[in-house]
Design a protein around this ligand. Structure first.
Ligand code: F6P
Length: 324
């Protein structure tokens, strides 16, 4: 391998820049050329490439977002799109690529590898932490800290006004952000897709808390929750059926994807970036690099894509106990 391409794909996440930096510098360390591919797979199709060296990634370890920009490319899902991408890689002398992204990005990489026998390695980058084969994805820790910081602020006003807040957080189909940030922020209840709490239990629990002397409450709702009601629909339900609660809704949205990466995400990105390049240089392909029990480990991409990251049941129990 003489030249490795690096791209960020799908939803951005804090720590992606630190991973780009690690990939570029590991290439330089091993005397390998490195090409930055802009706008994910779309840039690969359009030949949006730039030569990168150790100095092109100065001062980015602390930056949120991704200097390479990101996209969700529909064209890459077509054989014609992938053919164009392959032609461009060959034209630029790129022998392998590292893709930093989530499940969709890894599925694309696998397809590409199958069609062209092209060496690929994935680095898990998403705030959702929904990828099998790693306990942490890049950006998850930062997003948790962002959510906790914001809910702390919401708590101030909730408590001043004796209000009940429904706070919706991201996570797509997974409840990791909601569960962990919910515990960290001291939420009353946490609604996640992996566990159907049901409206009755939620109402019951809030009534009990009120009876025990709590004058304000925060309920964290994962965006993918299956209780069947959005945060606003829940507010309507309470307004109509339990007017004794003064309810407000806060949808945190994309602020959860921004901001400077935490130290944890920067170190994780650096470790995974180094291992991704060295895995390719060892002659291996089709792996995702991840972190399990503080070791950097390889998981076959196929498994990473098919497997499901599990919610820690113990956390649900802890949350139930400490929110009493
Ligand atoms: O996968 C990251 C994520 O932020 C999810 O939590 C969310 O459901 C989705 O991306 C939002 O996507 P978009 O930025 O395309 O609206």
């Amino acid at each position: 391998i003489k030249r490795i391409g690096v791209l960020t794909s799908g939803g951005d996440s804090p720590g992606m820049n630190a991973a780009i930096r690690a990939v570029v510098r590991t290439c330089a360390f091993h005397n390998i050329e490195c090409t930055g591919i802009y706008r994910g797979y779309q840039g690969m199709i359009e030949g949006d490439f730039k030569e990168m060296g150790p100095r092109s990634v100065n001062n980015i370890i602390n930056k949120g977002g991704t200097i390479l920009k990101s996209a969700r490319s529909k064209e890459f899902m077509t054989p014609e799109g992938r053919q164009k991408a392959h032609d461009n890689l060959l034209k630029h002398g790129i022998d392998a690529f590292v893709v930093i992204g989530g499940n969709g990005s890894f599925t694309g990489a696998l397809l590409f590898n199958k069609e062209f026998n092209f060496p690929v390695i994935g680095i898990p980058g998403t705030i959702d932490n929904d990828i099998y084969g790693t306990s942490f994805t890049l950006g998850y820790d930062t997003a948790l800290n962002t959510v906790v910081e914001v809910i702390d602020k919401i708590r101030d006003t909730a408590s001043s006004h004796n209000r009940l807040f429904f706070v919706e957080v991201m996570g797509r189909d997974a409840g990791h952000i909601a569960l962990n940030a919910g515990i960290g922020a001291g939420a009353e209840e946490i609604l996640i897709p992996e566990e159907d709490m049901g409206l009755d239990r939620l109402v019951d629990s809030l009534k009990k808390s009120k009876a025990s002397g709590k004058s304000s409450s925060i309920v964290v709702i994962a965006e993918g929750d299956r209780i069947g009601k959005s945060a606003f629909e829940l507010k309507d339900y309470f307004d109509q059926n339990m007017p004794e609660y003064d309810v407000r809704v806060s949808i945190l949205g994309h602020m959860q994807r921004g901001g400077a990466p935490s130290c944890f995400d920067r170190v994780l990105a650096s470790r995974l970036g180094v291992r991704a390049v060295e895995t390719l240089l060892d002659g291996n392909s089709n792996y995702m690099v991840g972190l399990l029990k503080d070791d950097v480990v390889l998981t076959p991409l196929e498994q990473a894509v098919k497997g499901k990251s599990q919610i820690d049941q113990e956390l649900i129990r802890v949350s139930d106990i400490v929110s009493i």
